[in-house]
Structures are given as C-alpha cells and as structure tokens.
Design a protein around this ligand. Structure first.
Ligand code: SME
Length: 165
C-alpha cells in the first residue's frame, strides 16, 4: 500500500527526487506499459502540489490522443501544432508556459488551468507524445521542476515500449 507520510515534510527538490525514485520503483516492478504510465500520473499527483491535471497525450498519426491522466475529463484529441501540447510535438521542445492565456492557440480543457508544463516524449529521435502538467496558479512551474520532469520522461523511456501504447 502506498504511504504518503514520507512526502509531507520534504522540500521541493526532495519531493521531485522522491517522485523519480517512486517512478523507477514502479517501472522496475511491473512490465505492463499501460499500468506503468497510469501509475506514473498518480505518482506525479502525489508528489507535486498545486496541480489540477497531469497526464499523457499519445501521438497517433497527426493527432495527439488522450492517454492515462489524473484530473477532470479532458480534450480527447489535439492536432499537432495546436495548443501547448501540439506545439511541444511540432517543435520537439519543452513548453514551460507561465500564463496559458497568453499562449497563442492554447486549448482550454479545464478552465481552472492557468500555467502549464509540457514535456515531449522523444526516444531514439522518434516522438511518441507528451507529458502534460497543468496548474491553477500562474507562474507555477520552476526550472527545477522542468529539469526533474525531463528526467522523469528519460526514466519512462528506459522502461516503456511506446510502440505498443
Ligand atoms: N492545454 C492543453 C490541452 C490539454 S489540457 O490542458 C489537459 C494545450 O493547450 O495543449
């Protein structure tokens, strides 16, 4: 059973480190990729506060299709190049958006979202989708979080076979 107690007194960096340790532990104890990325979203929600949405969009052709997530029901499909997620795929670059209302073409799936961090999932030069994090606070995401979430996706890439998701 998962215990929340260790996280309570940790500072931001300790929580982020712990999040990546929990992810490794999950990925090394289960081989099913769908179970693993589902629990990955739960691990994020437990370790990172002030989020209203965390989840995956998986690239299928020219569209991103909703994958496992935590939060309110969200847009099922996003075109490549559209919104923050589609831009992350098109540019293959992390999108750290302090105020989504100033991002041209931002897609408002949850009206509570005010800032967003999107990490493209790229393995051996092929792009498979994105990890999307939303917060109700403006300027919520830090450079430190960006670094740890890039590492989070690196760890996923070590274990997940994205071809079968
Ligand atoms: N805001 C995103 C859409 C996905 S939701 O935030 C879950 C975007 O602009 O791509």
């Amino acid at each position: 059973m998962f215990k929340l107690d260790p996280i309570k007194n940790m500072n931001e960096e300790e929580r982020l480190k712990y999040m990546n340790l929990l992810l490794k532990s999950q990925l090394s104890s289960e081989e099913d990729s769908l179970a693993n990325i589902s629990n990955a979203t739960a691990i994020i929600m437990v370790c990172v506060d002030r989020l209203n949405w965390a989840g995956f969009y998986i690239l299928r052709g020219e569209q991103l299709v909703l994958g496992p997530f935590q939060g309110l029901p969200a847009c099922n499909r996003i075109d490549v190049g559209k919104g923050v997620c589609g831009t992350a795929v098109k540019t293959r670059k992390v999108q750290l958006v302090p105020d989504v209302h100033k991002f041209p073409g931002h897609i408002a799936c949850d009206s509570a979202s005010n800032s967003e961090l999107v990490i493209p999932i790229i393995n051996e030069d092929k792009i498979y989708g994105v990890l999307d994090l939303d917060s109700p606070e403006k300027n919520r995401f830090t450079q430190l979080e960006k670094e740890y979430f890039i590492k989070f996706v690196d760890i996923l890439n070590e274990y997940i076979d994205w071809e079968i998701i």
